[in-house]
Write a protein that binds this ligand. Structure first.
Ligand SMILES: C[S@@+](CC[C@H](N)C(=O)[O-])C[C@H]1O[C@@H](n2cnc3c(N)ncnc32)[C@H](O)[C@@H]1O
Length: 425
C-alpha cells in the first residue's frame, strides 16, 4: 500500500480545502487513503492533535467516522468547525447571510479604540467587519460565547453554522487587507503609519461577504453516515482526552522552520477580537515550531534519541551568530514539545493503535534537521514500530525565499515523509 502524496493540489472542482488558504494543510485524498488502512471498518475514533484547517476531521466526518481535532489556534478551530456544516442547511445560508447583513447595517455602534482590526483599518473602515462579526454572534451564538470567543469554554459553544459565517468573514477581511501581504504567504505587514490604514466602502465589505458565502457554498459536500466529531482548543502536549480513548492518529505536526502561525492568522485573530498585546503574544508562545523562545526545557532527554541530541549539539556549537544564544534554545524547545506530544499520543492511543504522521525536513545553515529520523527515534523509545515510510519531494518551501541559504548549501528543496507507526500491544 502506498499513500497518495499529502501535498494539496489545486482543485478542479470547488471543495472545502479552498475555504481557507492554509499554507500548512495536507490533502483530503491523503487522509482518505490512510483511513482505509487504519480504520478498515469505519469503527473507532481518529485523533488529529494538530488539526489545523481540519482536513483529518472533515474527511473522517464525511465518511461517517468519529474523530477529535485539537489545535492551539482558535482560528483553526473555527475553520475546522465550519467544515462540518451539514449539506441539509445549504438552502438557508443565503437568506441567513442577508439577515446578518441587515442586522449589521441597522446596528449603531462605534468601534472601540482597542479593537485589533484597527491595526490595518481606520475606525470607520473596521466598523462593517466588526458589525458583521457581532451580527453573526447575535443571530447564531449563545450570548456568552462571543465575548472572548477564543477561550476554550467559549469557542466550544460556536456551532458549525456560526463558524461557516465567521470563515466567510475571515475571507472577506483577508481580501480587504491584501495590500499588507508580502511575498511570504505566512506573513502580514502592519501599515507604515496610521495614515496608511484602509477604509473600505461598507457596501464593498457586505458585497465581498456575500461573494465569499456563494463561493464557499459550492464546496459543501455530502456526508455519509453519522459521525461524532469533536473540535477542541488545546495543546498537543496536554491532550484533553482520556487514556486509551482513540484508535488511530493522523496528523502533521508543525514544521521546524520558524513559521509563525500566529502572525500567519493575525487578521483572522483580529476578527475574533484577539488583542495585540496580551492574547496574541501568549498564543505565539504556546505554538510549536514558531520563532519565539519561551521558558525552556533546560536539557535534552534520553528518550529523544542520539540523532536528535547530536543535531542539537551541532547547532549549539555552530560558529554562526545566534546559534547558541537563540537557535539552539529554539530547537530544544521544539523537540521538547514534540516529545511531550508523542508521549501524550502514546497515552491516549489504544494498544496496537496506529499513528500516521506527515513531517517535513529542513536545514539550519548546512545542518540537516532530519525531523523524520528524530521522530522515528522518539517513537521507537516509546515502544512503537515503524510499519512503513513514504518520502515525497516538497517543492514549495520557505527556504527558497531566503537568498542567503546559498552560502551554506546548494539544495533548497525539502522532503515530506509519511511515517506510519504502530503502538505496542
Ligand atoms: C502543519 S499544521 C497542520 C495542518 C493540518 N494537517 C491541515 O491539513 O490543515 C500544524 C498545526 O499545529 C498547530 N499547533 C501549533 N502548536 C500547537 C500545539 N502546541 N498544540 C496543538 N496545536 C498546535 C498549528 O496551529 C497548526 O494549525
Amino acid at each position: 500500500m502506498i499513500f497518495s502524496n499529502p501535498k494539496r493540489m489545486k482543485q478542479k472542482t470547488p471543495n472545502k480545502e479552498s475555504w481557507f488558504n492554509f499554507y500548512a494543510g495536507y490533502s483530503g485524498a491523503f487522509v482518505r487513503d490512510v483511513l482505509v488502512q487504519v480504520m478498515p471498518n469505519n469503527q473507532g475514533r481518529v485523533l488529529d492533535p494538530w488539526n489545523g484547517s481540519g482536513t483529518t476531521t472533515t474527511t473522517a466526518h464525511e465518511q461517517g467516522i468519529d474523530s477529535t481535532g485539537i489545535d492551539i489556534n482558535p482560528v483553526m478551530i473555527i475553520v475546522a468547525k465550519a467544515k462540518l456544516l451539514s449539506p441539509g442547511v445549504v438552502e438557508s445560508l443565503l437568506p441567513l447571510a442577508e439577515e446578518i447583513i441587515a442586522l449589521a447595517k441597522q446596528t449603531k455602534k462605534r468601534i472601540h479604540y482597542t479593537d485589533p482590526l484597527l491595526e490595518w483599518f481606520t475606525p470607520a473602515g473596521a466598523l462593517p467587519t466588526r458589525l458583521l462579526a457581532d451580527a453573526i454572534s447575535k443571530i447564531l451564538m449563545p450570548s456568552e460565547a462571543w465575548e472572548k470567543v477564543f477561550l476554550s469554554d467559549h469557542i466550544c459553544l460556536v456551532s458549525d453554522l456560526a463558524a461557516f459565517f465567521l470563515v466567510a468573514l475571515f475571507r472577506t477581511t483577508r481580501s480587504l487587507v491584501v495590500r499588507f501581504r508580502p511575498t511570504n504567504p505566512t506573513w502580514i505587514k502592519a501599515p507604515e503609519s496610521d495614515k496608511c490604514r484602509i477604509r473600505p466602502n461598507p457596501e464593498k465589505v457586505y458585497d465581498e461577504f456575500r461573494l465569499n458565502i456563494r463561493e464557499m457554498l459550492a464546496g459543501v459536500a455530502p456526508i455519509s453516515g453519522q459521525a461524532n466529531t469533536i473540535i477542541s482548543l488545546g495543546s498537543s502536549s496536554d491532550l484533553p482526552l482520556a487514556k486509551k480513548s482513540v484508535d488511530a492518529v493522523i496528523a502533521s505536526p508543525p514544521y521546524c522552520t520558524r513559521i509563525d502561525y500566529a502572525i500567519a492568522t493575525k487578521p483572522e485573530l483580529a476578527v475574533l477580537g484577539y488583542s495585540q498585546k496580551r492574547d496574541f503574544d501568549s498564543l505565539r508562545r504556546l505554538m510549536m515550531g514558531g520563532p519565539v523562545v519561551t521558558s525552556l526545557a533546560s536539557s535534552t532527554k534520553s528518550g529523544w534519541g542520539e540523532n536528535c541530541v547530536n543535531f542539537l549539539k551541532a547547532v549549539e556549537t555552530h560558529p554562526s551568530k545566534g546559534s547558541r544564544s537563540y537557535y539552539h534554545k529554539l530547537f530544544l524547545q521544539y523537540y521538547a514539545a514534540m516529545y511531550e506530544s508523542l508521549q501524550e499520543i502514546n497515552r491516549v492511543l489504544v494498544p496496537d493503535g496506529q499513528c500516521v504522521l506527515v513531517v517535513q525536513d529542513s536545514f539550519y545553515k548546512e545542518v540537516h534537521i532530519d525531523v523524520a529520523k528524530h521522530i522515528g527515534e522518539m517513537a521507537r523509545n516509546l515502544g512503537w514500530t515503524l510499519k512503513n515510510r513514504f518520502d515525497f519531494e516538497a517543492n514549495l518551501v520557505m527556504a527558497r525565499m531566503n537568498p542567503k541559504i546559498k552560502k551554506y548549501r546548494t539544495y533548497s528543496g525539502a522532503t515530506e515523509s509519511v511515517l506510519w507507526f504502530r503502538k505496542a500491544s
